[in-house]
Write a new protein. Structure first.
Length: 58
């Protein structure tokens, strides 16, 4: 079994436990996105997962 972790680029204990670690950079906060409850980290994570699923099924 392989453990894959998607985390913020900041220090994270989960990164050390994962076999494969994707550290996603969370750029400066955009106030409209913050008000909507969506961070750049979350949107980057969703995009990365979409790309991985597309590659796996394509």
């Amino acid at each position: 079994m392989t453990i894959v972790a998607f985390t913020r680029a900041s220090a994270n204990t989960l990164a050390g436990m994962a076999d494969v670690h994707f550290a996603l950079y969370d750029e400066a906060v955009h106030y409209a996105a913050e008000a909507a409850g969506v961070t750049s980290f979350e949107s980057n994570l969703v995009l990365l997962m979409d790309l991985l699923l597309l590659e796996a099924t394509g």
